[in-house]
Design a protein around this ligand. Structure first.
Ligand SMILES: *Cc1c(COP(=O)(O)O)cnc(C)c1O
Length: 457
């Protein structure tokens, strides 16, 4: 019998998981190899050593089912972890649904999102191997602020290439990055060949995550070893670090004497969705459960629902290794009118593989319906969600309404990946009626496919 009175499920510090879960151990087929951008042959650890510390490279290719969370990382996690699992009782009442809706809240971290779960781990491993400086990219600034915070804790310098439109339109997140002591540039910059090549073609370029990644990777690659690079999503080790979310949620559902029928997360590069869903996918595969897994994304950047499953670069200029993933093309530049975040052209290879195998479903939403769901959530649960997370809320509400129509007791779990306190500009546009719905055209994806690298394995 599910618990009938609690609003939140809290674990003690001692109950915080001691391991991350590695889904590679439970995949239906092995992951596709990562390819060198020059030779198009599978990369080895030595190829990646210019960018990442060895401990991270080992995690990237590990097939061990569980990897221990180092004690110094646990010590930092404990400031906001274990994070609460809430039962959304007022939202359920407002929807008049027989469904039970739960959400795991990652906005309790100091940076306001799930991103510190991997930022802290990545900076720790770099520090262990003597790295003094890390370069990275950021879009709206969530990742930049998380890495900057971790850099401040461990005494590692952080240099952030921030997508130019966000740099100018979202000064407060940029200021937060600065408050943590990191350096931040509006990308494309004149500091790198990658940035200069983009500016030569388009001096007014608004930037994109793909361009900012090119710049950050170049800084590390040309540093002769003194600077490493960190990525905030997409890669296996990043998804691994986020699984502390789902490991906690499994324990919290045991407390609630309940279990989800559907697990939902928004997907930009895939890390918060994976963090919550992968431990449940592992359970489902081991125990033969029929749990559903739903990844949600914007119509304006629909990599899982409209993208092509192919080898592509992780960045725009073509400096990163090639990975097999759902992609809109590495030269994708998001539409300026899109306010809902989740703007990366690709999707994590592990999520792409699980989607290809039919284990993960995907849905795309128009931004006005996403903000409408966000407001319904705010008025019932009190938390103003990040626009990104609101894609998961849209799906959770849809599932609850479907359950009502079918007269079903569906149990819904979603990841509330962050709060929206720094995103009020997007809410301002929504309240003013200025948000336009926009679907990325299928023809643009077909065109982009022609520019993707031709890989023959
Ligand atoms: C960065 C971010 C996302 C998207 O990234 P994923 O790697 O897909 O999780 C989602 N929600 C919030 C709050 C974010 O900061």
């Amino acid at each position: 019998m599910p618990d009938s009175k609690h609003i939140k499920y809290i674990l003690s510090e001692d109950e915080m998981p001691r391991v991350w879960y590695n889904i590679v151990a439970d995949l239906p087929r092995p992951p596709d190899p990562v390819l060198h951008p020059g030779t198009m042959q599978p990369v080895g650890p030595a190829d990646l050593a210019a960018l990442f510390p060895m401990a991270i490279i080992q995690q990237e290719v590990s097939t061990e089912p569980y990897i221990e969370i180092p004690e110094p990382v646990r010590q930092v996690y404990l400031q906001w972890r274990p994070s609460p699992l809430f039962r959304a009782r007022r939202l359920e009442q407002a929807l008049d649904t027989p469904a039970r809706i739960y959400y795991k809240y990652e906005g309790v971290s100091p940076a306001g999102s799930h991103k510190p779960n991997t930022a802290v781990a990545q900076v720790y491993y770099n520090k262990q191997e003597g790295v003094r400086k890390i370069s990275t990219e950021t879009g709206a600034g969530q990742w930049g602020s998380a890495l900057a915070m971790a850099g401040a804790f461990f005494g590692v310098d952080i240099e952030v290439f921030m997508v130019k439109v966000s740099y100018h339109q979202k000064p407060y997140r940029r200021n937060l990055i600065e408050a943590f002591g990191a350096t931040v540039h509006a990308s494309p910059t004149n500091l790198t060949d990658a940035g200069r090549s983009i500016l030569a073609k388009d001096p007014e370029s608004p930037g994109s995550l793909g361009i900012a990644i090119s710049e950050a990777v170049e800084v590390a690659a040309k540093s002769g070893g003194s600077v490493k690079y960190a990525l905030g999503s997409v890669l296996n080790h990043v998804l691994l670090h986020q699984t502390v979310i789902g490991e906690e949620a499994l324990l919290q559902f045991a407390q609630a004497d309940d279990y989800p029928d559907v697990v939902i997360g928004c997907t930009g590069g895939g890390s918060n969705f994976a963090g919550l869903a992968f431990p449940f996918i592992g359970e489902a595969r081991r125990k033969g459960l029929k749990t559903r897994f739903l990844a949600t994304e914007p119509m304006a950047c629909p990599s899982l629902t409209r993208g092509i499953y192919a080898y592509d670069f992780g960045d725009t200029v073509g400096m990163t290794p090639l990975v097999k993933m759902h992609t809109l093309g590495h030269d994708f530049v998001p539409a300026g009118i899109h306010a809902g975040g989740l703007r990366y052209h690709g999707m994590a290879p592990l999520i792409s593989l699980l989607h290809d195998e039919g284990i993960i479903e995907a849905q795309a939403y128009h931004q006005n319906s996403v903000f409408e769901a966000a407001i319904q959530f705010t008025r019932t649960e009190g938390i103003i969600p990040a626009p990104e997370s609101s894609h998961a809320i849209r799906a959770a509400i849809n599932e609850a309404l479907e359950a009502k129509a079918a007269g079903q007791e569906r149990v819904i779990l979603f990841n509330l990946s962050g709060h929206g306190h720094f995103d009020m500009g997007a809410y301002d546009s929504y309240f003013a009626g200025k948000l336009q719905d926009y679907a990325y055209p299928a023809e643009a994806v077909a065109e982009a496919q022609k520019r993707m690298p031709q890989v023959v394995l």
